[in-house]
Design a protein around this ligand. Structure first.
Ligand code: NAD
Length: 257
């Protein structure tokens, strides 16, 4: 029970990495607000947590909407008495280069990832400070550290999240609020499955992505939840401003075959 008595908000908690983090935090004793733009998915995860005997509540939240963000974070305080952990795991991306990306697509991707982290941080920091500190965790990507072909807005947004984590880390260290990112490699989640499905040869795309990871498999949402639990817990109390790479060796290999 590494989060006993704590309270967490997981944005994008209805699917994939966010869902795995919400389940893991609840199993470790946290009360969890599952916040998602998709109500059905979010409520299903709340039921899963309750079915395991955990504590959870749902917040309908588009992370781009400041009023919904504020309401979701306040729900954690109302239901669980405090706010200790904020995890950001919203998905958006188009697989386009800069000239092919419309301004609307750019705004959607950057607003979902980077502005979402800013808005959630804006409303989380005072509530965490009132609880004596906290841990903010952005699910960034290896695409925030290294370039991915035809994914310009996504690379820019994820790099921005890593820089924002560092900025917030030094601004709020004295309030005992730690701010970190996790940079996953390919994770076998619904959004990864949709990406492979859209390729001309989905099986070949999946095999090629798998080969790029020296540890020989795609990641699982639970691989990221393990890292997130560590950053959320007191075991990481001297860690702030980092981008923790969890990628099966993807970014340490010049070439894998
Ligand atoms: N899957 C991967 O391979 C991978 C790799 C690196 C980084 N990531 C990052 O991890 C995060 C989660 O990815 P995933 O694969 O679990 O995705 P997913 O599609 O399985 O889940 C994302 C969730 O975010 C919710 N969401 C989308 N827009 C939202 C918004 N505006 N406000 C609130 N909720 C919103 C969706 O409804 C969904 O439930 C993303 O930020 C993604 O970029 C994923």
């Amino acid at each position: 029970m590494r989060l006993a008595g704590r309270s967490a908000v997981v944005v994008g908690g209805g699917s994939g990495i966010g869902r795995a983090c919400a389940l893991r935090f609840a199993r470790e004793g946290a009360g969890v607000v599952v916040a998602d733009i998709h109500e059905g998915r979010g409520r299903t995860v709340v039921e899963e947590i309750a079915g395991e005997g955990g504590r959870a509540a749902f917040a309908l939240m588009n992370v781009k909407d400041e009023a919904q963000v504020a309401a979701g974070l306040e729900l954690a305080v109302q239901r669980f008495g405090r706010l200790d952990v904020l995890l950001l795991s919203m998905a958006a991306g188009y697989n386009l280069s800069v000239p092919d990306t419309t301004p609307e697509q750019w705004d959607h991707v950057v607003d979902t990832h980077l502005k979402g982290m800013y808005l959630a941080g804006r409303h989380a920091v005072p509530r965490m400070a009132a609880s004596g500190g906290g841990s903010i965790i952005g699910i960034a990507s290896v695409a925030g550290l290294m370039a991915v072909h035809d994914d310009a807005a996504y690379c820019g947004a994820k790099g921005g999240m890593i820089a924002l984590a560092r900025a917030m880390a030094i601004d709020h260290a004295r309030q005992r609020i730690r701010v970190n990112c996790i940079c996953p490699g390919w994770i076998d989640s619904p959004s990864a499955e949709a990406y492979f499905r859209d390729r001309p040869d989905p099986a070949a795309a999946r095999a090629s992505a798998t080969r790029a990871h020296p540890l020989g498999r795609l990641g699982r949402p639970e691989d990221i939840a393990n890292a997130a639990l560590f950053l959320a817990s007191d075991e990481a109390e001297w860690i702030t401003g980092i981008a923790l790479v969890v990628d099966g060796g993807l970014t340490c290999a010049l070439q894998v075959e």
